[in-house]
Design a protein around this ligand. Structure first.
Ligand SMILES: [Zn+2]
Length: 297
């Protein structure tokens, strides 16, 4: 099977001028951090198509983004990621090897409860080791970011054991606070990025995500994923700008993009709305860089 991603990317000519925006946001306050979870490894052609879409969109708009990638996806789409490695407007970070749950979720959806058990500490350590070894082999550098699948209320603030483990793998930023106090959505805009210094890990920065996850919206109210989902995200974003930190974290999923957004302009329209409102838009790594620059002296 011929993947559109391979042929399309080879045909994209990136000039030095076009690449000059890469890193531009690293010295600015980021208002909107964008990431994509790349995890549909059991259908690698979906990943190829969605990566193709992401590259074209971000080149056109000249904005950086992060990719939170499972080790399984790195395995099934290795050649795609080798090409992505040459594109510095992308920050590629971990979404664990096997999309494991590192902390329990007890989702409360109205009167319904859904419990998702975590795996053991040993399994998390083995997973991190496996992911980092593959990442090093492909990209020849250290992985700096870790996005916990599903995410949690309070992130890892109540789990110093997990912070210690992730710290031992040299991660610098963590994306794990993505839910409200019902372990559900939307995650409140008032949750600002913070370092885990109270737990003894001041070098680990939590960068939360806000609003609804597209994956949760499509599972519970699929009929409005192309309408109310986006108006809800815009409202949440505008509310976040009224708060001191003026920050909104957005994560979209490869399989939702493929099913609902790849053939329309809804994602592009959202980013254009942000740019028209003069927001600084970048990757989660850009936010990490700017956080430490802004807090030095
Ligand atoms: Zn995920």
């Amino acid at each position: 099977m011929m993947f559109g991603w391979i042929s399309n990317v080879q045909s994209i000519t990136i000039t030095l001028d076009e690449l000059s925006f890469c890193g531009k946001f690293s010295i600015m306050n980021i208002n909107l951090a964008i990431a994509y979870c790349i995890e549909k490894s059991y259908e690698p052609y979906v990943i190829s198509k969605v990566l193709d879409y992401i590259v074209e969109l971000h080149l056109e708009l000249k904005i950086n983004c992060s990719l939170f990638v499972t080790g399984r996806a790195l395995t099934t789409n290795r050649n795609d990621f080798l090409r992505l490695n040459k594109m510095p407007f992308l920050d590629i970070a971990s979404h664990t090897f096997d999309h494991i749950g590192i902390k329990a979720n007890l989702e409360q959806r109205k009167n319904e409860f859904n419990y998702i058990a975590p795996v053991s500490i040993k399994e998390i350590a083995d997973d991190c080791r496996r992911f980092n070894s593959l990442y090093q082999e492909i990209f020849e550098c250290q992985c700096l970011g870790f996005c916990a699948p599903r995410g949690f209320y309070r992130g890892l603030a109540d789990r110093p054991d997990l912070l210690e483990l992730l710290s031992s793998f040299y991660y610098k930023y963590i994306v794990s606070w993505t839910r409200n106090n019902l372990d559900w959505f939307p995650c409140d805009q008032s949750v600002a990025p913070f370092s885990y210094h109270y737990q003894g890990f001041s070098h680990l920065l939590e960068i939360p995500t806000h609003g609804w996850q597209d994956a949760a919206w499509i599972k519970t109210r699929p009929q409005t994923i192309t309408t109310e989902y986006w108006s809800s995200q815009k409202n949440e974003l505008l509310n976040s700008l009224k708060l001191p930190r003026k920050f909104f974290g957005l994560v979209l999923h490869d399989w939702v993009i493929f099913e609902e957004f790849i053939d329309n302009n809804l994602i592009k329209d959202f980013y254009l709305f942000c740019l028209e409102n003069e927001l600084s838009v970048g990757s989660f790594k850009d936010y990490y860089d700017s956080f430490y620059l802004n807090n030095q002296g």
